[in-house]
Design a protein around this ligand. Structure first.
Ligand code: GDD
Ligand code: MN
Length: 377
């Protein structure tokens, strides 16, 4: 089996020699080439050429004239130029241990998967190398959101944000990818029907240099999610909006019959909560109802969330206004947005959470090349 290790680099000169040495040691006995896809503005290409000259395994350099699509664009160009039947994508700063390369490939061979994801969040995995609480929080929150938007495609994936994975090039449609920002794995998994398994790994410290992640990358990620799928989340939002209108209509109707506004509010809230649940069952999560829990359990979880949310939102609003001094309407808008996202994530991750595929269900899809549809199944 021929393997290409694709390494995107942006100013990683001091890491190149050590990286190639460790890949060489780890992949001893395998038919491996290393392909650097470089957008550097310093002497990194020279270092790569030097190291290539003295390395025992083939080391290639693809220098891009323009950094189109950033890190993700570089990875896709690497996938296109790779000679290997399998490609392992990894960072050039040694935060991804090269010793995992043969492990990922063995897992691929033993499970028959198309993609093996090196995950920081499964088994013995660890995200220790992420610097700072803030990065940890952002990473966890973005994974949760992605998994809520693609519950089926990502059912076996705990770490869709990782930049370390092995992929069988024949199983994906490269032309369908729209690379942007940092999250190429998500793009691959969302747009292709592939069998995925995970392997834990410990995300280490950078060997040399600095991270290139920026706030702009974070925004690009949200853009990417939006472009990939608004399907489930937008119907979820529609159901919510319908519920609000229904709530007002019932309250107004009851008042016409002379009902006091307090009991009217209680009745309309109760009717709305039940209607919302039924609409979610039929229009938003219909494909996930068979994933285990009974309808009563789902209803209980959904109602509990709504109850707690209603009880917490007002004190939270008060606290926000008093603490930050922001205008109450702005604070209210903020709490509503946060409540919406939390409600969506809770329903996708708890109420309708898909079961992981049992190991015996993880079998290759019969020779069929991948599709590019965004329907989840
Ligand atoms: N060719 C190219 N072009 N490479 C790039 C670019 C670019 O525009 N931007 C970054 N890279 C390279 C870096 O040189 C490095 O080899 C790799 O991409 C990862 O960049 P880092 O700057 O080390 O990113 P990080 O450590 O903050 O992010 C890592 O963690 C993320 C998960 O939290 C990366 O592994 C990401 O891939 C991963 O998603
Ligand atoms: Mn890094």
């Amino acid at each position: 089996m021929q393997v290409t290790v694709v390494v995107p680099t942006f100013n990683e000169g001091p890491n190149v020699r050590e990286l190639v040495r460790r890949i060489g040691d780890a992949a001893d006995g395998l038919d491996v080439e290393v392909l650097f896809v470089d957008d550097s503005r310093d002497d990194t290409p020279d270092v790569i050429r030097q190291v290539a000259g003295s390395s025992g395994m083939p080391v290639r350099l693809l220098q891009r004239p323009e950094p189109v699509g950033g890190l993700s664009g570089a990875v896709v160009e690497g996938l296109r130029a790779a000679r290997g039947e399998w490609v392992v994508v990894m960072d050039g700063d040694l935060q991804h241990p090269p010793e995992m390369v043969p492990v990922l490939l063995e897992t691929a061979a033993s499970t028959g998967a198309d993609v093996v994801v090196a995950s920081r969040y499964v088994g013995g995995g660890d995200a220790g190398g992420l610097d700072g609480r803030w990065r940890h929080l952002v990473s966890t929150a973005s994974s949760l959101l992605a998994r809520s938007m693609f519950p089926l495609r990502l059912r076996n994936v705990t770490d869709p944000m990782t930049g370390f994975f092995a992929v069988r090039t024949g199983s994906i449609d490269l032309a369908a990818l729209r690379p942007r920002g940092f999250k190429i794995l998500l793009e691959i998994l969302a747009r292709n029907k592939v069998v995925v398994v995970e392997e834990p790994f410990v995300f280490g410290e950078r060997f040399a240099g600095q991270s290139k992640a920026t706030f702009a990358n974070g925004l690009r990620y949200l853009q990417q999610l939006t472009a990939l799928r608004f399907g489930r989340m937008s119907t979820f939002a529609l159901v919510g909006a319908f519920g609000a209108v229904l709530n007002l209509a019932i309250m107004w109707g009851l008042e016409q019959f002379g009902v006091h506004y307090m009991p009217a509010a209680v009745v309309s809230a109760a009717v709305t909560i039940v209607t919302n649940f039924l609409l979610l069952e039929h229009f938003v999560f219909h494909d996930l109802r068979s994933e285990g829990r009974s309808v009563w359990k789902r209803a209980a979880q959904s109602f509990t969330f709504n109850g707690i949310e209603a009880a917490v939102r007002l004190p939270f609003l008060h606290w926000l206004v008093v603490l930050t001094g922001m205008p109450p309407v702005l604070a209210q808008a903020l709490t509503l947005v946060v409540a919406f996202l939390l409600r969506f994530v809770f329903h996708a991750q708890v109420v309708y959470r898909p079961r992981k595929d049992a190991p015996d269900r993880v079998t290759p899809l019969a020779g069929e090349p991948s599709t590019t549809t965004l329907d989840e199944d």
